[in-house]
Design a protein around this ligand. Sequence first.
Ligand SMILES: [Fe+2]
Length: 249
Amino acid sequence: MALLLGSKDKKAYKSDLVYVDYHSHVLPGIDDGAENLSMSVQMLEELNKQNVKFVVATSHFSNHREQVDSFLSRREEAYNLILPQIPQGMKILQGAEIRVERGLIENSDITKLCISGTNMILLEMPYEPLKSWITEEIENIGYRYKITPIIAHIDRYYKIYKHEDYEKLFSLGNVIFQINTEAYLSCSTKRFFTSIINGKLPVVFGSDCHNNTNRAPNMDKAMSYISRRMKAEDFEEMIKKTTKYINNQ
Ligand SMILES: [Fe+2]
């Protein structure tokens, strides 16, 4: 049972819930995330302290730049480097952050980039106003390959999406919405993205951590904020659902 304390005692917030970080760049030297093994280890240790016990490693994958198999061998190499140093009790799940581009669906190899042991795949929309081809590509990938797209950091588009764009996005079927934890640490976005999770949409959270300085893991602060704005049982149910997605498939 999560122990959720009142606003007078915010600093003493404690929870025995474990978290899944669905979006991270913890693998060393593979993209613009952790530069080396030492930074990777520090990031994992920080996540561990924040009660994140499952970390999905979602290094960037760009379909027009690289073959899936080449990406997979680079990822395996980076994973093997860090494997002996993963803190006890933590698990890294292999995944990727796949940029949505026109025709991505034609590459059936992308199914190899599903989060290990699941049929979920993290797709990153281009940073531009929402267009039909983007949502069609995402939906069609899900239906053709019978997988579940997770739409990465939906908060990132807050400045460029109109209200109708978010409505359109939230009306998509067979998708999960991933929100970056930083959305709950910014005055301009925290209310909107709290209303989203209260709306019972399928959501998961990610730190999108790239390093241990300016893009460091911040799951604890975000979870502390959210937990104070939901009923304890609703918060607990939502978090448990995020762990079920990776454990029950
Ligand atoms: Fe990312």
